[in-house]
Design a protein around this ligand. Structure first.
Ligand code: PFF
Length: 677
């Protein structure tokens, strides 16, 4: 075992690791997911749930994944197995969902390659871009070009659109060559694929900000609609976006950290990656909305104003209709378009290969098979499954699958299971100490409280909320079945994939691995003889059961709602008690009783359910007081300037502080972080 660990490859440098992790985090999701969601869910107001989610959930969870990966030096399934023998399925679950993403993510890259080809052809031929046009007609051109000519026109090989197929193969070949030599090479490639899109994004942002009318675009982006904060969907999308954007719960970050040098920092790296990801999303939003503002100005000057809210219609619409149209209005349009799509490719490619790497490492670590066999096989399977999305209805199917991966049973749910599993059923404090021993700054015990208590309650509430929404939609004939009772095929396939992912994950965890015999677990608890505070644990557990029973009693019997607060209070008491037991007794000398663990889990469930009931009641009230949509002025409001300022201060000071800590730590500890020989 020791030999195996010594042989594990490492990133060449700390920078290589940080850039690779940033490369995975910063992807297509930043450029269309974030700005589009921000625009649709309250503009500047959306930043509140997003920042809360990033700093209170995203970064702490990133630290958790980094510590587990680094501690165990294994990819996700084996890493979870070492935390607790029964937890391996969590690693597989994330990896399998990652694999679902990798079936469709390269499709978007394939679109980008085609658009790059069109731009290059326009540069050489001197002809206008094929989607170019003016005013409302121009938007229609761009839309028809994407949805009709490109996605469903042209030639076919069987039911598959041939041009997209060739580009899909190109995307996989590129991904293959990026990772086939292992992480050392990845650590070098990311020096190109991470800074390049940043540079191009800044160029596009500056270009956008110099266009007439850009301020109107920024007003669309930043003017806050505070009422959106009272809607659950706003919070859900903000939290989901943070998970997707930071590549959390897919085993990617965990796997990347498993290749990290033994002495390398963990906490500061996580903070840098989180803030850099946020900064990219925010600046991406500025580039996009300033350019769209410019477009709105040009078209209204020409007497054919384009309704901005119709142009920004979902992610693909933003990247393949609105932006191409807006860029086609500029001088040297083909060059700008080439820069934009090349940027999308460099942005997406490192995210795509990070998922491939995590699936690959999971399989290799489990089976001991050679990378040189697993990677080509995976690439062929990836291309094969990608075929589903290049049929006539491919894009809508892609949207459905993406919705499920980010939906109720998707990543945020796995994140919840991850926190509960590592917080209550493993030794969380060992991971905290492991991270602290090598980091530029240290985590206090508050981190345990976050991972074990606060994050699970928040994610638990969101999970039950989504489930409640799904049930409502199902009853209204909008989910799985329509009003006539006919099954909705796309939804059913999506749901089937999610169920299959779960079943497959559990089955994989039963397969014996050649490494299992030699495995080294987190310090074993069974060896410890002293007190487990069993009696107090039983009390905690009993109170948690009581809280749940009171909740069920209120809901089934439609009893006095004030009792809800009693149930919640009892749940909180039990949670606090169980958490204290975990903190006091999970110290390597003693071990906490199993009752405390299960009591913690039950109280999380009951508190989440109570919070859900309160929030749904509140949001019903807000839904009644709906305001008219806000009118956007041609300039930024004072509030928007304040939001802009606050976000910039947060980013600049946040990153500045992290780098300062890194420099201080490096000067105090000279030989650390050297490239491994
Ligand atoms: N974080 C990437 C993005 O924002 O586009 C997407 C992604 C990469 C998701 C890696 C999941 C993952 F494992």
């Amino acid at each position: 075992m020791e030999l195996l660990e010594e042989q594990r490859e490492t990133w060449g440098t700390r920078g290589g690791f940080v850039l690779a992790a940033v490369g995975s985090a910063v992807g297509l999701g930043n450029l269309w997911g974030f700005p589009y969601k921000l625009y649709s869910y309250g503009g500047g107001a959306f930043l509140i749930p997003y920042i809360v989610a990033m700093f209170c959930i995203g970064i702490p969870l990133l630290i958790l994944e980094f510590s587990l990966g680094h501690f165990t030096q294994r990819a996700a399934p084996d890493a979870f197995r070492r935390a607790n023998k029964r937890l391996e399925f969590i690693g597989w679950w994330g990896i399998i969902l990652g694999f679902v993403i990798i079936t469709y993510y390269p499709i978007i890259l394939a679109y980008c390659f085609s658009y790059m080809g069109d731009s290059i052809a326009a540069i050489f031929s001197g002809q206008p871009l094929p989607w170019a046009g003016e005013g409302v007609e121009g938007v229609q051109n761009a839309s028809n070009y994407f949805f009709k000519d490109y996605l469903t026109g042209g030639t076919y090989i069987g039911p598959f659109r041939s041009e997209i197929l060739y580009m899909l193969i190109l995307a996989w070949v590129l991904m293959y060559f990026c990772i086939f030599r292992g992480v050392k090479l990845v650590g070098k490639i990311v020096w190109l694929t991470v800074p390049l899109p940043w540079i191009m994004l800044v160029i596009l942002a500056v270009r956008g900000l110099t266009l007439d009318g850009c301020m109107k675009g920024l007003a669309f982006y930043l003017d806050p609609d505070w009422t959106q904060l009272a809607k659950p969907t706003t919070w859900r999308f903000a939290f989901g976006q943070v998970f997707f954007s930071l590549s959390l719960a897919f085993g990617v970050m965990l796997t990347y950290a498993s290749f990290l040098h033994r002495k390398s920092d963990i906490n500061n790296n996580a903070a840098i990656i989180g803030i850099a990801d946020f900064a990219t999303s925010f600046i991406g939003g500025i580039a996009i909305f300033a350019t769209i503002g410019g477009m709105a100005y040009v078209t209204s000057q020409a007497g054919q104003p384009v309704p901005v809210n119709e142009v920004i219609n979902g992610g693909p619409g933003l990247a393949f209709v609105a932006f191409p149209y807006a860029l086609a209005q500029l001088p040297a349009a083909a060059w700008w378009s080439l820069i934009f799509f090349f940027m999308l490719v460099t942005l997406g490619i490192d995210s795509a290969f990070s998922i491939t790497e995590s699936v690959l490492a999971g399989i290799v670590d489990k089976t001991g098979w050679r990378r040189s066999i697993v990677l080509p096989t995976m690439s062929i399977v990836g291309i094969g499954t990608g075929l589903m999305y290049i049929t006539i209805d491919g894009l809508s199917f892609l949207g459905t699958v993406d919705g499920f991966v980010n939906g109720t049973w998707g990543i945020a749910f796995i994140g919840l299971i991850e926190c509960v599993a590592l917080g209550w059923f493993s030794r969380l404090d060992v991971l905290r100490q492991h991270a602290n021993e090598r980091s530029d700054w240290r985590l206090g015990r508050w981190w345990n409280l976050l991972i074990r208590v606060l994050i699970p309650v928040v994610l638990g509430t969101l999970f039950f909320w989504s489930l409640y929404d799904n049930i409502q939609e199902f009853n209204a004939g909008k989910f799985l079945r329509d009003t006539e009772g006919k099954w909705l095929i796309d939804d059913c396939v999506g749901m089937g994939i999610m169920a299959a992912a779960c079943i497959l994950a559990v089955s994989m965890s039963f397969i014996r691995s050649p490494h299992n015999k030699a495995e080294k677990q987190l310090p074993r608890q069974e060896l410890i003889k002293t007190s487990s505070a069993r009696a107090t644990g039983i009390v905690g557990f009993a109170i948690a059961v009581l809280a749940l029973l009171v909740f069920i009693y209120i809901r089934t019997g439609r009893q006095n709602q004030a009792l809800l607060f009693v149930s919640m209070g009892v749940g909180v008491a039990s949670l606090v008690l169980c958490h204290i037991l975990m903190e006091r007794f999970d110290n390597g000398v003693s071990r906490p009783s199993h009752f405390a663990r299960w009591g913690g889990l039950l109280s999380i469930i009951s508190i989440s359910l109570c919070v859900l009931v309160i929030l749904t009641e509140l949001s019903k009230k807000v839904a009644g007081t709906h305001k008219a949509p806000i009118e956007h002025a041609d300039h930024l409001s004072g509030t928007s300037y304040t939001i802009l300022g606050v976000v910039f201060v947060l980013i600049v000071f946040g990153l500045g502080w992290c780098f300062w800590r890194a420099i201080m730590a490096a000067s105090a500890n000279e030989p650390e972080q050297q490239p491994e020989s």
